[in-house]
Design a protein around this ligand. Structure first.
Ligand code: SAM
Length: 309
């Protein structure tokens, strides 16, 4: 594990006086494109001035806005060119941004799985917020699980339902749940999924599985937003520890709806047409027992209860 402390503007190639990013640098375009979505996220979840860790951050174009909102941010990524073609260019940015005196931005170059083993020794202090936007190994797992599930179905089952996620299958890798252990009690766990996602309209049980797996890991679901026209693009928010759950639910209920998320998505109409998943029945958020993965016939229903936000 390598921890590099960075001067924010140098890392991003941002000239603050001119209010411009380096000419021809794609990062500037991305940062500006995601600005409304990130400001909406910061507003909805009161993220300003928080300490946070972003897992699989890559170029960290979204996280620029956390820094602008006064957050102290640790970015974590493997930066392996075999896995990510952008890895070398990000390492160059890190070299350009190197600053032993700046304290608001660190880049932790590490495999997440190894980091979690070292995390307690790396920092006794926990974060107010963990943020994950498309952690590739977890996203690819969901893709593979759905592919295999679809292949196992009979033709009749496939006609009867578009369900793609097995009953009882936990949605996340345990490492993703362990990221929640890096968050303080009362802090937030935010996860955006835009690759290999699970269509939450065709798989209404999926939201419940998300809620149950989070709860088994002391993370309590606040809400799941999804693109109405592409319901496998999800934004999941949970709070660490049960004590703060009700307070957060009340706080969110008093706020206007989230206007958009995943600001890099190219179609603005789609990224601004957002729905919120509603549980079929409000149940006590007590952690459910871990269930065996089963291959039960798909559910017949194709009309989940969705709330337009
Ligand atoms: C799809 S990109 C997402 C980047 C960024 N968060 C975004 O939304 O644009 C996935 C990132 O996960 C990183 N990654 C993949 N495996 C990892 C691992 N085992 N540990 C840490 N990072 C990893 C990749 O290097 C890549 O930057």
């Amino acid at each position: 594990m390598e921890v590099r402390s960075l001067q924010t503007d140098s890392f991003y190639g941002y000239d603050r006086t001119a209010g411009k990013f380096s000419d021809g640098d794609e990062i500037g375009e991305l940062v500006l494109q995601v600005k409304p979505a990130m400001q909406a996220l910061i507003e909805r979840y009161d993220l300003a001035d928080r300490s946070m860790i972003s897992i699989g951050a890559g170029r960290a174009h979204e996280e620029f806005h956390f820094l602008e909102a006064g957050c102290k941010v640790d970015l974590l990524d493997l930066l392996d060119p075999v896995i990510d073609p952008l890895a070398d260019s990000i390492r160059q940015r890190i070299d350009a941004g190197q600053s032993p005196t700046e304290t608001s931005l660190n880049y932790i170059i590490s495999d997440l799985y190894l980091f979690l083993e070292d995390a307690v020794t790396f920092s006794q202090a926990k974060y107010d917020v963990s943020y994950i936007s498309s952690f590739a190994p977890d996203e690819l797992d969901r893709e593979a699980i759905q592919l295999s599930y679809r292949r196992r179905r009979t033709k009749a089952e496939a006609y009867a339902s578009y369900q793609s996620w097995p009953e009882g299958m936990p949605p996340f890798q345990q490492a993703i749940m362990d990221v929640g252990q890096l968050v303080k009690d009362g802090g937030l766990f935010l996860l955006q999924s835009y690759r290999g996602g699970v269509n939450i309209q065709e798989n209404p049980h999926y939201g419940q599985l998300v809620r149950d797996q989070l709860a088994r890991n002391d993370l309590y679901l606040l809400e799941i937003h999804y693109f109405t026209q592409s319901p496998s693009i999800l934004l999941i928010a949970a709070v660490k520890g049960k004590d703060q759950h009700q307070t957060w639910m009340e706080r969110l209920a008093s706020k206007p709806g989230l206007p958009e998320f995943h600001g890099r998505y190219p179609d603005p109409d789609m990224r601004r047409d957002i729905s919120r998943w509603e549980p079929e029945a409000e149940k006590d958020a007590t952690p459910a027992e871990e269930t065996e993965v089963e291959t039960a016939p798909p559910r017949k229903t194709r009309s989940p209860k969705n709330a337009q936000v």
